[in-house]
Design a protein around this ligand. Structure first.
Ligand SMILES: Cc1ncc(COP(=O)(O)O)c(C=O)c1O
Length: 389
């Protein structure tokens, strides 16, 4: 029998309470922060729509206008005929927003991360000095995969441990092509990278700094610029699929690196360009993100309310973002608490290994600009009861 490992691994997942299943959701039309599952409505605390922009009428009409002007599909890769005015215009918007010289669009954040590591640690690069990638231990799977699929040397430093990072940087030969990589806001913990320290270390060791701003874009900075609000990041990546509420991703960097990726990144060259209509809608989303500071203020206000209402014995990780991780520990217990919340009309997905470390199964609560005070009060009081306080 071929591929017997499949059924073995699936039953192992079930035994460990790690089995994953999708649920089919519908967005409620009346209440944008609610999802409907099997005819029951839940307040959604597991969405990455941090700014509450999903289904915004202006973004929806920009999408419609984009379809009318450019069509839904790019119908070719960017280097053939897929690169259109909508893409060019979105790239320019991102460059102005983040104060970056150039930008390249990808169909997903996952592929953007693969592309970057693959291209910088590729065989072409190998003909010069070797590449070494220094990744925070909590970096997203796509960065880790990109790094391991490349020819680069990989060093993973303990989460936000600048001393260990400095030690690793000092260990490689001086002429190594070094790249420090981290997330601006960490997806499963909600804390931030120490961006200023990372930048200092990058400068001291002649390294580039790469930040994945998937969870910071739109949320951090006076115009939602993410980590570039704090300091100039050499290479910034972010997905459009979270706070910006569309789909796709970008890498913003120096012109020469953009030219290199355009010439050598297999993920860019051999993939259909993102939908021009989505690019057009994303431009509108960025405009709203820049101008509507109240959305960021609301996240802060509701997060403070949530923490003030939560029993002090609950183990919630410190966070400066929309993401609040409540550590439960055991996989089954996390599933049980999630189920109790569901019974009360609250949707909070349990996050289990291997997404997070063994023994740190958690409820990842995301607080979005379109939640209400009542939503937050209900979540906190139900959690207090479910966790027996
Ligand atoms: C930190 C981080 N990077 C990259 C990605 C991938 O982005 P995308 O969903 O656009 O593929 C995600 C999650 O989706 C993420 O959380």
């Amino acid at each position: 029998m071929a591929f017997t490992f499949i059924s073995e691994q699936l039953s192992q997942q079930k035994k460990q309470a790690r089995y994953r299943q999708r649920v089919c959701t519908n967005n409620s039309r009346d209440n944008l922060n609610h999802i409907i599952i099997e005819d029951k409505s839940y307040i959604n605390f597991s969405s990455n729509d941090y700014l509450g922009l999903n289904n915004h009428p202006l973004i929806n009409s920009a999408m419609q206008e984009g379809v009318d002007r450019f069509g839904l599909c790019a119908s070719a890769s960017s280097l053939v005929t897929g690169y259109q005015y909508a893409h060019q215009s979105l790239e320019e918007t991102i460059c102005q927003w983040l104060n970056k010289p150039s930008c390249l669009l990808f169909s997903s954040g996952f592929s953007a991360n693969l592309a970057l590591f693959h291209a910088l640690g590729s065989t072409q690069a190998k003909s010069s000095n070797k590449a070494a990638f220094f990744l925070d231990k909590l970096s997203h799977a796509s960065m880790i995969d990109g790094a391991y699929q490349s020819q680069g040397v990989i060093k993973r430093f303990a989460h936000n441990d600048m001393t260990q990072l400095a030690r690793f940087l000092a260990q490689v030969p001086e002429d190594t092509n070094k790249l420090i990589a981290s997330e601006g806001v960490f997806s499963m913990d909600g804390d931030k990278a120490d961006i200023n320290k990372l930048k200092k270390l990058a400068e001291s060791y002649d390294s580039w700094l790469y930040l994945d701003d998937a969870h910071s874009i739109g949320v951090i900075g006076d115009k939602g610029q993410g980590s570039n609000f704090v300091t100039n990041i050499d290479i910034s990546m972010a997905t459009f699929g979270k706070a910006l509420a569309t789909s796709g991703a970008f890498i913003a960097c120096e012109q020469e690196l953009k030219d290199y990726l355009t010439n050598f990144s297999r993920h860019y060259i051999y993939s259909t360009a993102i939908s021009p209509a989505i690019a057009w809608a994303t431009k509108k989303s960025i405009e709203l993100t820049q101008s509507e500071q109240w959305r960021r203020d609301k996240i802060v206000e509701l997060s403070e309310l949530f923490l003030s209402k939560l029993d002090q014995h609950i183990n919630v990780l410190p966070s400066d973002s929309s993401i609040h991780a409540i550590i439960i520990g055991d996989e089954q217990k996390a599933l049980d608490v999630s189920k109790t919340l569901k019974e009360q009309g609250l949707w909070v997905t349990a996050i289990r290994p291997p997404t997070v470390a063994n023994g740190t199964s958690r409820l990842r609560v995301t607080i979005c600009a379109n939640h209400s005070h009542n939503d937050i009060n209900k979540l906190a009081s139900t959690l207090n009861k479910a966790l027996n306080y």
